[in-house]
Ligand binder design. Structure first.
Ligand SMILES: NC(=O)c1ccc[n+]([C@@H]2O[C@H](COP(=O)([O-])OP(=O)(O)OC[C@H]3O[C@@H](n4cnc5c(N)ncnc54)[C@H](OP(=O)(O)O)[C@@H]3O)[C@@H](O)[C@H]2O)c1
Length: 250
């Protein structure tokens, strides 16, 4: 396991919130697959309609605000939180380049971008990652090409809500009940807690994702990092897939 570097990733969604959350550790595991925490600073911005904004002025203002909030001179990684349908990729790349040249940002990435949206921006500026949702309860990224793209480009994805935002433990819908039952049996067989196989399931993907844990507990972090020592058998990985889908593979 690489030595932990506690840093922050800022991500900008376009001003839909009105507060800054306190920083939690972002583990910049460039050479490992450790679960990571992230820090999201959200903008104070008057607006009439929720929307995304990737203009130079907005991105620059958010970077500078994050620098002030974090009392730092440089953000290691900044993600564009959601695709902006009005994005001018060449202009945004110019903003990335300027802020990087000024030493304010180390690396850039995106979140929740489709394969083609990632490719469009990546052609103009080398992105570091696409932060995607993936868990035993949400598997779209397995089939929509985003994880395949990450693998193809050798750019390890970040994964948000690896525990389904807690639904894995508390959900009472049919899917959550099926997955919880299957994972409880697997966890007992491997001698681990219920959260650990969920992280191990994410980490087993060949794109070598960096899962982001949202836990607020030290024990929750221990359960997450324990997954680094667990390699799920393919049959166990598919047993979780099967429980999630409610049917076997075709
Ligand atoms: N890019 C995006 O669009 C996007 C969207 C959502 C989130 N994110 C990022 O991804 C991070 C992780 O997402 P997330 O918070 O949804 O992560 P998550 O790890 O899937 O869910 C965290 C929740 O699971 C609970 N939990 C963990 N272990 C548990 C256990 N053993 N028993 C019961 N509950 C347990 C946690 O409660 P405890 O605190 O009690 O452990 C917490 O409420 C967020 O912090 C955020 O930075 C990004």
């Amino acid at each position: 396991m690489p030595s932990p570097l506690f840093r922050c990733a800022a991500s900008f969604a376009g001003g839909t919130r009105h507060h800054a959350r306190p920083a939690s550790p972002f583990h910049d595991a460039a050479d490992g697959s450790a679960p990571v925490g992230s820090c999201v600073l959200e903008a104070q911005r008057p607006y009439r309609v929720n929307h995304y904004d990737t203009s130079a002025a907005y991105v620059r203002a958010q970077v500078e605000q994050s620098l002030r909030h974090l009392h730092t001179e440089r953000l290691d990684l900044v993600l564009i939180h959601r695709p902006d349908y009005l994005m001018d990729a060449a202009a945004l790349a110019g903003t990335f380049a300027a802020l990087t040249r000024e030493g304010k940002v180390g690396h850039w990435g995106v979140s929740n971008h489709s394969r083609s949206q990632f490719e469009l921006l990546h052609r103009h500026y080398p992105l570091q990652t696409n932060q995607l949702e993936l868990s035993p309860l949400r598997m779209d990224a397995l089939d929509n090409g985003t994880l395949d793209q990450a693998k193809q480009l050798g750019l390890r994805p970040m994964v948000w809500s690896p525990l389904g935002g807690g639904r894995l433990f508390t959900g009472d819908d049919a899917q959550a009940l099926r997955v919880r039952a299957e994972m409880t049996a697997i966890a007992a067989r491997y001698g681990i807690g219920l959260a650990t196989p969920a992280f191990a399931w994410v980490l087993r993907h060949p794109s070598r994702p960096h899962p982001i844990t949202g836990t607020g507990r030290i024990e929750g972090l221990r359960e997450a990092t324990a997954a680094l020592d667990v390699t799920l058998e393919a049959e166990d990985w598919y047993a979780i897939w099967t429980a999630s889908k409610g049917h076997p593979v075709p």
